[in-house]
Design a protein around this ligand. Structure first.
Ligand code: C2O
Ligand code: CU
Length: 517
């Protein structure tokens, strides 16, 4: 097997970008491409730095207690349901949540655990739940091929087979993911393993190990509605932040080191996290797990879907603000709308240290040993080019298999943003190791296990991946995690088959023709 990439490499990049820009403008003007119709023009920059009063204690999502069934499987129950949430006292906002009115409980399991999640849809529209970052087979993945109709329950089960990490879950109904996430359907899925447990890291959930789920909202103070605010071709860019569903939050810290699990659960916005006093912090984990060693930095950028764990050192009685400075989005053309949030800044969360802080000791100098894939062992090179709302020139179709890969093999993927506005890239069921970024060594923030990353305009990212879970029927997805782009078609699907299978014959899953769970 040599190169099965369906897309030939293009020699002339610059003309291609210009053509793509013009094509998108034409599509918008014709009113066909609603995804970008609002992206033309300059949205004013949002800047909440210094204006957030930090009056509400940060909510921490409850840990979901599993029941243990006869064979030892940990069984979790999630109910997607409509509700009403008061982000501001006295104002009722219609929202959706899991087991509550907004967001969902945190699921926690350990490597080796057999888990099942009974997901019941109590909404009046079809949804689904995808385990973002989980290495599993297509059938359990919860993408577009596992729709859950109203009143129905979907019960995927699998064995946790990956390193300790901060994952998340959210709906993935074809064409409506943005709306379902924006209304509040998202939660964390934490994985533990002996390596992480054996390290002296802050690990008391809600005490010194804190989820920080960041979402930008456009909250109407009159109607209470969560609206949509279009800040460029990226999609919805809100003008206020919720952290774990709390507006203007503060957190009381009682330890001298606190671990924050940063999750960008926004539908389109990129954040550049740091602190108001410019202090450095230790970046200890990327999307898929711990880094080999802590990396000290003052700034960490996360695009939608990405996660990071950081350790912040605190001194007694101090107050410090987690902030998002203007992110570096790369060379976005101004015609695509005020830089897509590239000039925006936010105050995110105030950390208030107690007068006496309990010591958490020194930060371990080594974390999880790296076990990199050998790029030379890649047997296939594929190219995925993200255009306006397409990948390799085609919008997502449930009825078309875009690639077939063999379980256990290492592949080399070249992923490129051919447009002059932001995209990012997420692949289901597998972790990626970034090897080259824009023709150079990848930035340090991308050196750990990843499943989602920002794709600046015109930049190609090279990565290696190995697929460990075959499923002859249900494909996995790859897509832009700017959810309006995903919904508009910037997504593709691939099947993982057993080695030696015929990779040219694929049966489409029953869901491709309208069957529902
Ligand atoms: Cu978090 Cu396919 O998505
Ligand atoms: Cu995109």
């Amino acid at each position: 097997m040599v190169d099965t990439a369906p897309h030939p490499r293009r020699g002339l990049r610059r003309p291609r970008v210009v053509i793509a820009v013009l094509a998108t403008l034409a599509v918008s003007a014709a009113g066909v491409g609603t995804a970008f119709a609002t992206g033309i023009g300059n949205a004013p920059a949002v800047d909440t730095v210094g204006d957030v009063d930090f009056v509400r204690p940060l909510a921490v999502p409850a840990l979901l207690e599993p029941t243990i069934d006869a064979d030892g499987t940990k069984v979790f129950a999630l109910h997607a349901q409509p509700g009403s949430t008061s982000f501001v006292e006295g104002l009722d906002t219609p929202t959706w949540g899991f087991n509550g009115s907004y967001l969902g409980p945190t699921i926690r399991a350990a490597r080796g655990d057999r888990v099942r999640v009974d997901v019941t849809n109590a909404l009046d529209v079809t949804t689904s739940v995808h385990w973002h970052g989980m290495r599993l087979s297509g059938e359990m993945d919860g993408g577009v091929h596992q729709p859950i109709d109203p009143g129905r329950t979907w019960s995927p089960q699998w064995t946790i087979d990956q390193e300790a990490a901060t994952l998340w879950y959210h709906p993935h109904p074809h064409g409506a993911t943005e709306e379902h996430v924006r209304r509040g359907l998202a939660g964390l899925f934490l994985i533990d393993d002996p390596v992480a447990t054996g390290l002296a890291l802050p690990s008391e959930y809600g005490v010194d190990d804190i989820p920080v789920i960041v979402q930008d909202v456009a909250l109407d103070r009159e109607s209470g509605e969560l609206g949509q605010r279009d800040g460029g071709s990226s999609g919805h860019l809100g003008d206020e932040l919720l952290v774990n569903g709390t507006l203007a939050p503060y957190l009381e810290v009682a330890t001298d080191v606190v671990r924050l699990r940063l999750v960008n659960a926004s539908t389109a916005r990129v954040y550049a996290f740091g602190f108001d006093d410019g202090r450095t912090f230790s970046h200890i984990a990327t999307d898929g797990g711990l880094l080999p060693a802590p990396r000290d930095t003052a700034r960490l950028q996360l695009s939608p879907g990405e996660r990071a764990e950081i350790l912040v050192r605190m001194t007694p009685a101090e107050t410090v603000v987690l902030r998002s400075e203007s992110p570096d989005l790369g060379g976005v053309l101004p015609v695509f709308g005020g830089g897509n949030g590239g000039a925006d800044r936010f105050d995110v969360l105030e950390l208030r240290a107690a007068d006496d802080l309990e010591s958490r000791g020194t930060i371990p100098p080594a974390l999880a040993p790296a076990d990199p894939l050998d790029p030379a062992s890649a047997v296939v090179t594929r190219e995925w080019v993200l255009d306006g709302t397409e990948i390799n020139g085609q919008a997502m179709s449930m009825e078309r298999m875009d690639a077939v890969v063999e379980r256990g093999t290492v592949e080399h993927w070249r992923v490129r943003n051919d447009m002059s506005f932001p995209h990012n890239f997420h692949v289901h069921g597998v972790h990626v190791e970034v090897k080259r970024f824009g023709g150079a060594k990848p930035p340090a923030a991308l050196t750990g296990p990843k499943d989602t990353l920002y794709l600046p305009p015109g930049v190609e990212v090279e990565m290696v991946l190995r697929f460990d879970h075959a499923d002859p029927t249900y494909p996995l997805m790859l897509h832009c995690h700017l959810l309006r782009h995903e919904d508009a078609g910037t997504m593709a699907q691939f099947l993982v088959v057993e080695p030696g299978s015929d990779t040219t014959v694929t049966t489409l899953p029953p869901s491709a023709s309208g069957h529902r769970h």
